[in-house]
Design a protein around this ligand. Sequence first.
Ligand code: HEC
Length: 151
Amino acid sequence: MKTMIRIVVCAIVVVMVTGVAVAQFAKPEDAIQYRKSVMVLIAQHFKRMGAVVQGKADFDRASFAANAEVVRSMATLPWDAFLEPGTDKGDTTMSSAVFEKKTDFMQAAKAFEESTALLAEAAQGADLNGIKAPFNAVAQNCKACHKPFRK
Ligand code: HEC
């Protein structure tokens, strides 16, 4: 019975996750709100790690790893919401370069995703010193994308 429940739960999760990937937004505003919300969540959890890396907060491996995991799982979500027609207008700081240089944008997104995965992995084992380099790599990827792709 327990196995059955697990299978059903897994199936639902798979449907939900793939559902997000192909989601169509009803209105451009919905796509804008979605991607900005994800960015806000990423930033909040990233900042908490930043405070630790900068020595402003104590290093607690479990909570650092939890923050790294949130950022890793959020990192794949925003990109589909940048590719909706009309979402370069309205309450957004997105640059039209996202559409004009879509390949570069998706490359920046991919590099970011990969660096968040490396950070989440490092956070599982490494001490604070082992986490600094992968943290900084993620921070570089935030900047490398914002510079060309945000107004
Ligand atoms: C591949 C590109 C890319 C990467 C990587 C990226 N961002 Fe963004 N980010 C954007 C774009 C484009 C916007 C503008 C979104 C909008 O206004 O529609 C944005 C917006 C934001 C915002 C403002 C959200 C709002 O409410 O207006 C914050 C905060 C933010 N990003 C933080 C981060 C942090 C922190 C990282 C790294 C940990 C990061 N971003 C990585 C492209 C990126």
